[in-house]
Design a protein around this ligand. Sequence first.
Ligand code: GLN
Length: 198
Amino acid sequence: MRIGVIAIQGDVSEHVESVEKALAERGETAEVVTIKHKGIVPTCDGLVFPGGESTTLGRLILREGIAEEIKEAKEKGIPILGTCAGLILLATRGDSQVEKTHQYLLGLMDIKVNRNSFGRQFQSFEVDLDVSVLDSPYNAVFIRAPAILEAGVDVNVLASIDEKIVAAEQDNVLALAFHPELTEDMRIHQYFLDKLFN
Ligand code: GLN
């Protein structure tokens, strides 16, 4: 089993450590690799797309030829976890800012995203979030976080703050507006790993 973390930019090492910790917790072994170039995605059984700056990330995955490989992985049913900027890139469409700048989106989840959705006064915050697939609230860390404004009928909404969707899944793709790699609670990573090991 091999799990790849897209390592173009963003909080890559935290994701690698979290996946390794979650694997250890469940007593599984798997190789965790970082992906900077074309050719590695097709060898992975699971993919993690970290946060960062979505415009830059989009441009670089396209330039490196990784974008096409991620789309193929989605078609093959490989579980994909996207957080924050990763969520933005998974979307099919965005708000007017996204449309205006023509930023690249992979289009793997039927959602409309809004970048920096929680305003300047809430650049970063933590909240105890009810996540439908977890049995008690999850302390979620948000950093200049996006939100999902609209979700298609095939999208399963997992968590919201007021009317803003902050966690959702569709088929093998799981998208989070927050950063599970920045907390000790591994339940979100375990939920993702369940898709690989169950
Ligand atoms: N605000 C960033 C963007 O829109 C995402 C922030 C993050 O990934 N922490 O690209």
